[in-house]
Design a binder for this molecule. Structure first.
Ligand SMILES: Cc1ncc(COP(=O)(O)O)c(C=O)c1O
Ligand SMILES: NCC(=O)CCC(=O)O
Length: 416
């Protein structure tokens, strides 16, 4: 039973969990027994249509057969060598084919490591210390990212984490998302190594960039010789095979990836212009290393996932599901706004517009939570936090799953 497991977990883990957002499920987290396709099955014998999907990586759904086959094939051969293997080249080739701005890449093990290293590389390359990020953007859980951060940092009221040295904080400049004037002013007055941005914000709910925001960032950063880092940990291989860069027609100097490219296994990556990437060890003097970097299991699962995506028009199918689900959400009587870009979306109650983190924080979180709990009772799992994105997968591309979801939304819409 989940209730018993939770009691035990509280004894062993701070706050009962190993990543904070998991504790946001009310009244206590349910424990998953297994997942298949669009469904998760709980220790309490319930099934839920899953719109969280491991917070984004599982774009094919749970336990996809092809990915499973490829991972098992790799497991038969061994799972860690600390020696290069063929599959890392195959995955790099595929990523670079779809994202031509990635001329060279380094595989790491989480989105956190990806942004931490991309920032260090930008500093090494430009010989400048400062970086600029946006209020509510989440770039993982390292020191330089936990300033006005979204996701669980906002959900649990710690957008600015304790434990980060003052000296570090002085190097992080924050602007409001979609505010180009702020960026222009800061870059003019300070030596900034890099601007790092989520090209679609997926960590304050979903917030799209306003028209010309990303193009504007490209122009301003070029003017001041500041690097532009697109954090595509969520958007990479989600908005299009070429990520947000292809979707919006804007090219970054460095790109960070994670989630989908590991097919559900731990992964992160950062890549970009050859000239910048070659500053990394061992060809250059900016250090990065990792026991599990490019581990063959994550590489195989990622490669298999991208192969299915190429074959099966996954982005359009997942977008279709998101369209159908949001059409039903639109019918909810309680005043709300829905932000959707392709196959990622979120609903905000009690506000008319959400175009930055400040506006997202004004939404009625308690109404969202009430809706999320109602949905769980009716067999559908949305993120337990307002500040996460709803995702769809290939496994959701099924009339029965879509109609069951629509029915659950209808039954869950009595909100006060
Ligand atoms: C945009 C973005 N960057 C970085 C990260 C950090 O990735 P990870 O949780 O793999 O460390 C996340 C995680 O959600 C993210 O959404
Ligand atoms: N959008 C933020 C995440 O996906 C992070 C999930 C986690 O840290 O558990």
């Amino acid at each position: 039973m989940s209730s018993e497991l939770w009691k035990e977990a509280l004894r062993y883990f701070p706050g009962g969990v190993n990543s904070p957002v998991r504790a946001a499920v009310k009244p206590y987290p349910f424990y998953v027994s297994y997942g298949k396709g669009a469904y998760i099955y709980t220790e309490d014998g319930n099934s839920l249509i899953d719109y969280v999907l491991g917070y984004g990586p599982l774009i094919l759904g749970h336990a996809n057969e092809y990915v499973k086959e490829k991972v098992i094939e790799q497991i038969e051969k061994g799972w860690l060598f600390g020696i290069p293997s063929r599959v890392e080249i195959e995955l790099a080739k595929k990523i670079s084919l779809h994202m031509p701005s990635i001329e060279k890449i380094r595989f790491v093990n989480s989105g956190t490591e990806a942004t931490m290293n991309a920032i260090r590389l930008a500093r090494g390359y430009t010989k400048r210390d400062k970086i600029l990020k946006f209020n509510g953007n989440y770039h993982g859980a390292h020191d330089y990212a936990l300033v006005d951060a979204g996701s669980a940092a906002s959900e649990f009221g710690v957008p600015n984490s304790e434990g980060i040295p003052e000296e570090v904080l002085k190097t992080v400049i924050v602007c409001e998302y979609n505010d180009l004037q702020c960026v222009e002013k800061k870059l003019k007055n300070e030596d900034v190594a890099a601007v790092i941005v989520e090209p679609v914000m997926g960590n304050m709910g979903v917030i799209p960039p306003e028209k010309d925001f990303l193009k504007g960032l490209r122009e301003i950063t070029s003017t001041y010789n500041t690097l532009l880092i697109f954090d595509e940990v969520i958007t990479g291989f989600r908005l299009s095979m070429g990520g947000a860069q292809e979707y919006f027609g804007v090219t970054a100097d460095l790109t960070t990836l994670g989630k989908i490219i590991g097919g559900g296994f731990p992964i992160g990556a950062f890549g970009g212009k050859r000239e910048i990437m070659d500053m990394l060890t061992p060809s250059g003097k900016v250090f990065n290393a990792g026991t599990f970097n490019a581990n063959p299991i994550s590489m195989s699962a990622g490669l298999a996932t991208l192969e299915v995506m190429e074959r099966e028009n996954v982005i359009e199918k997942t977008t279709y599901v998101a369209e159908k689900v949001t059409e039903e959400l639109e019918r909810i009587k309680y005043p709300h706004v829905i932000n959707r870009v392709k196959n990622m979306f979120q609903i905000f109650f009690g506000v008319e517009k959400v175009s930055n983190a400040t506006e997202a924080r004004r939404a009625k979180k308690e109404v969202y939570l009430q809706f999320q709990i109602n949905l769980m009772k009716n067999g559908v799992y949305f993120p337990p936090s307002q500040f996460e994105s709803v995702f769809t997968s290939l496994a959701h591309y099924d009339d029965n799953i879509i109609s069951d979801t629509i029915l659950a939304i209808k039954k869950s819409s009595e909100l006060s």
